[in-house]
Design a protein around this ligand. Structure first.
Ligand code: MRU
Length: 347
């Protein structure tokens, strides 16, 4: 399975949530120690922790912190106050369904639990969510790598690695497994404008794991495909809709279109916690729009000239028909179809 570089974006240590601050990588490896749910909500919004599964895991521990604070206050209304905390936490980012999924799962395990046992029960559940994610990644790594022929070049977008999960990674889990099986000629990482998850995080993570990687400008993908240097695009997902549409980092859709045009295969790797059967298709998913400053910063000037608008939509929708395979811990779906998604999720 190979060395995953011992990268731990989310840890529970000494009754606190410890997050590796991804805003500072690769220049500095700093952690933040969080004691309250408000701090966790802010950390998710501000991208201290990011990537759909990692956000869900951090939120699960955030529920433990919320319950601890509300119980310590001793207010008889603690259950409804806690509900309010969890609503704010679940709304910290809108697109990755793992966040709402994890908060709902934590909420469900509070039912019928005596107050004296609540914190222990919640912590067990958060640890279970964390451990299940790592196991799912390892299984997906194996299943996805099996689809890749020896001698392949792969391209990944954003960061769907150990940093974005409980450990090992979804798309990067497949790339790790394929690399260690000796199947890959080269790994290319899109820089991933504007937040640079590719050049800052994926490149750092692969270097840590001693997997050679070449960072390219997002706009270079077409040329590399045309030259025959990429056989698979391998990406993660923030949400998979019931019809198989995939919502992922902005730029994923363009890669899928390019891949189709060049006969390159397109793999999405995501645990079943990312499948949202309540959302019929990609058009219904709320797409996060972040501050214009994230795009404008690269210009080196403070603000755009008058009359210039900047739009920072950070996710897009890739239609199911452009996807060659969706890899989950429960199996591989190829070709992608609505009924197939449903049976994977329920299976
Ligand atoms: O804005 P981010 O960095 O949270 O976006 C992350 C992605 O788009 C990932 O590809 C996705 O969450 C899958 S992570 C295993």
């Amino acid at each position: 399975m190979g060395n995953a570089g011992n990268i731990q974006p989310v840890q529970w240590r000494n009754d606190s949530l410890v997050l590796l601050d991804q805003r500072r990588l690769p220049a500095r490896e700093e952690v933040l120690v969080l004691e309250t749910v408000e701090e966790v909500t802010r950390a998710i919004t501000d991208l201290v922790v990011r990537g759909a599964p990692a956000i869900g895991i951090a939120a699960a521990y955030g529920v433990v912190l919320a319950a601890r604070s509300r119980l310590a206050e001793g207010d008889r209304q603690w259950r409804s106050l806690l509900c309010g905390d969890l609503e704010l936490l679940a709304a910290a980012r809108p697109t990755a369904v793992n966040l709402a999924w994890a908060v709902a799962r934590m909420r469900a395990c509070m039912v019928d639990v005596p107050e004296s046992e609540l914190l222990a029960r919640l912590l067990d559940e958060a640890c279970a969510i964390h451990a299940e994610d790592v196991a799912a990644n390892q299984r997906m790594g194996m299943l996805g790598a099996a689809l890749i022929d020896p001698g392949s070049g792969v391209l990944t977008h954003c960061n769907a690695g150990a940093l974005a999960t409980g450990g090992y990674g979804t798309a990067l889990g497949v790339i790790r497994s394929a690399w260690h099986a000796g199947k890959l000629t080269r790994v290319f990482a899109d820089e991933t404008r504007p937040w640079l998850q590719g050049s800052r995080l994926t490149a750092w993570e692969l270097a840590r794991s001693e997997i050679p990687v070449t960072v390219i400008a997002d706009s270079a993908a077409a040329t590399l495909m045309r030259e025959g240097r990429i056989q698979w695009v391998v990406v993660g997902a923030d949400r998979v809709a019931a019809n198989g549409d995939v919502i992922n980092k902005i730029g994923t859709y363009s890669l899928a279109v390019l891949a189709r045009a060049h006969g390159v295969r397109f793999m999405v790797v995501a645990p079943t916690s990312t499948i949202d059967l309540d959302t019929a298709s990609g058009e219904q998913v709320p797409i996060e729009v972040r501050e214009w400053t994230e795009i404008w910063a690269a210009t080196g000037s403070d603000k755009p000239p008058q009359g210039v608008d900047v739009l920072n939509r950070v996710f897009d929708v890739t239609p199911a028909e452009l996807i060659s395979a969706i890899v989950t811990e429960k199996g591989v779906l190829a070709p992608v179809s609505g009924p197939g998604i449903e049976s994977l999720q329920k299976g």
